[in-house]
Ligand binder design. Structure first.
Ligand code: NAD
Length: 496
């Protein structure tokens, strides 16, 4: 019998009020059950929010640098446990061990960055227009933060929400994705061990409808931070809007790489392979469109198809494997249906296009790296996020035409250009409609201390990561101190 795991509420590990659990299985080998996780509901959310609200009374008064010391300890414990967390993350999520180590490292970096930021929550002191009067600002926490996370970065995304939220003095209720509960459970255990007071972080496992929606609609959650799909993001924004809650949304992408005739093609090839097929294409920043200038189009496609066919699929714990499985059967069906759509739209299928089922792959959700050529912008595979190892390639003549193709998208998360020409690189930085632009590097590879997010349907204007995430998890308070000993009237006593 697989181990039964519990919710973490008010510093206690507790059973779900439903008395029900669900199975979490390894997508590379579905015979392996990682564990049984609570199928919680609104009652559990209510308890968790109540615990977070209670803990907030004390936590908001803890000096930020003291919160930062706990963050430092969390970072140290993550370092100690990095390999163990990475291995279990590969078991529950499927991506290769190299990447799950990277995912864990991002949580470590975010913890240490948070420890530093705890001493740097700067707020301007501004001259008052009246004599004997001070005016200054403060950053204050918001209260209880409701966090909802996806499965593709099981430790990095929860960490980049939880850590700045608690450094800022908020308390937290997190609902991890149903496919990757184990990693968040392990993070919670580390946070407990690091000495985080009870109730500062609470974890409620379960579905979007039974746990996610009640968390969004709970009157005592002051901010919702969500990373996931556009449709769910819009639903959350609508529901939270009725309560006038602050909402930070990090949503999908349809990221493009543009390769100019003058590019270093070997470098571009490595970047495109890593961007398109790393994490089996299941990154919000994955390269899913490739735009190649006509002079190198045929040559680059040959190089690309040859390399894509040679990628090794398998269990991500095997260090020689390049590409792990998709997260679940639903994702295999989605990817395959897009392949059928691409074929019916007239795109040219050059490789892949089917599940991989040879030998040991038979027991997992594997899909062959897929490349479509001659894709035009009116095709659905050019426009819609597939979230799998499917790359659509299109040809362009001039920089302007390529940039227009790149910008022909409802999304705007990441983008990249390969060129040796500084002028093209600078124009890309200025003209690409995206939150992130890389020059001579793939669309993936964000660093934790820089703002992360996108334009258009990719979000609602916030940037998590970097210093900007502290804007999300704090409010501004303005304080006026009049020490003149008399009534001073702004705009009246000092008027001309
Ligand atoms: P998803 O939207 O299906 O689910 C995300 C989370 O929301 C899960 O925890 C899910 O249980 C929960 N949820 C589902 N319905 C809900 C509802 N109605 N109310 C509240 N919560 C609900 O996304 P996913 O399949 O887990 O992740 C893939 C998506 O996430 C892709 O679109 C990808 O681009 C996006 N993503 C974006 C970023 C980014 O930073 N921009 C990062 C990673 C993933």
């Amino acid at each position: 019998m697989a181990e039964k795991f519990l919710n973490y509420i008010g510093g206690e590990w507790v059973e779900p009020s439903t008395g029900e659990w669900y199975e979490n299985r390894n997508p590379a080998n579905w015979d392996e059950v990682i564990g049984l996780f609570p199928r919680s509901n609104e009652e559990d959310v209510n308890r968790a929010v109540a615990a977070a609200k209670e803990a907030y009374k004390e936590w908001r008064l803890v000096p930020a640098p003291q919160r930062g010391k706990i963050m430092q300890k969390i970072g140290d414990l993550l370092v100690e446990n990095k390999e163990d967390i990475a291995r279990d993350m590969t078991r529950e999520m499927g991506k290769v061990i190299l990447e799950t180590r990277g995912d864990t490292q991002e949580a470590i970096d975010t913890a240490y960055y948070g420890a530093g930021e705890s001493r740097r929550l700067f707020a301007p002191f501004v001259p008052s227009e009246l004599p004997n009067k001070f005016a200054f600002t403060m950053r204050v926490p918001l209260g209880v933060a409701g966090l909802i996370t996806p499965w593709n970065f099981p430790s990095a995304i929860p960490a980049w929400k939880m850590f700045p939220a608690i450094v800022s003095g908020n308390t937290v209720v997190i609902k991890p994705a149903t496919d990757t509960p184990y990693t968040v459970l392990k993070l919670a255990k580390i946070m407990e061990e690091a000495g985080l007071p009870p109730g500062v972080v609470n974890v409620v496992f379960g579905s979007g409808s039974k746990v996610g929606i009640p968390l969004v609609e709970h009157p005592d959650t002051s901010i919702i931070s969500f990373t996931g799909s556009v449709d769910v993001g819009k639903d959350i924004a609508e529901r939270a809007g009725r309560y006038l809650k602050k909402v930070s949304l990090e949503l999908g992408g349809k990221n493009a790489v543009m390769i100019m005739d003058d590019a270093n093609l070997e470098l571009a090839l490595n970047g495109v392979l890593w961007g398109a097929f790393g994490t089996t294409g299941q990154r919000c920043t994955a390269t899913s469109r490739l735009l190649v200038q006509e002079g190198v189009y045929d040559k680059f496609i040959d190089m690309l198809v040859d390399a894509a066919q040679n990628l090794k699929l398998g269990n991500g714990l095997d260090e020689s494997v390049d590409v792990g499985p998709l997260i679940n059967k639903g994702q295999v069906n989605t990817v395959h249906s897009y392949v059928e759509i691409g074929k019916s739209e007239g795109a040219k299928l050059l490789c892949g296009g089917e599940p991989a089922t040879e030998g040991e792959l038979e027991k997992g959700w594997f899909y062959k790296p897929t490349v479509f050529a001659d894709v035009s912008p009116d095709m659905r595979i050019f426009q819609e996020e597939i979230f799998g190892p499917v790359l659509s390639v299109s040809k362009f003549k001039t920089f302007e035409e390529g940039a227009a193709l790149l910008n022909n998208s409802a999304y705007g998360l990441s983008s990249a250009i390969y060129t040796e020409n500084l002028l093209y690189a600078m124009r890309a930085a200025r003209d690409f409609e995206a939150g992130i632009t890389y020059v001579n590097a793939p669309t993936i590879g964000a660093e934790c201390h820089l703002p992360f997010g996108g334009v258009k349907n990719t979000g609602n204007g916030h940037r998590e990561g970097g210093w900007t995430v502290y804007e999300i998890f704090t409010d501004w308070k303005t304080v006026y101190v009049d020490f003149s000993g008399r009534l001073q009237r702004a705009q009246i006593d000092d008027a001309e």
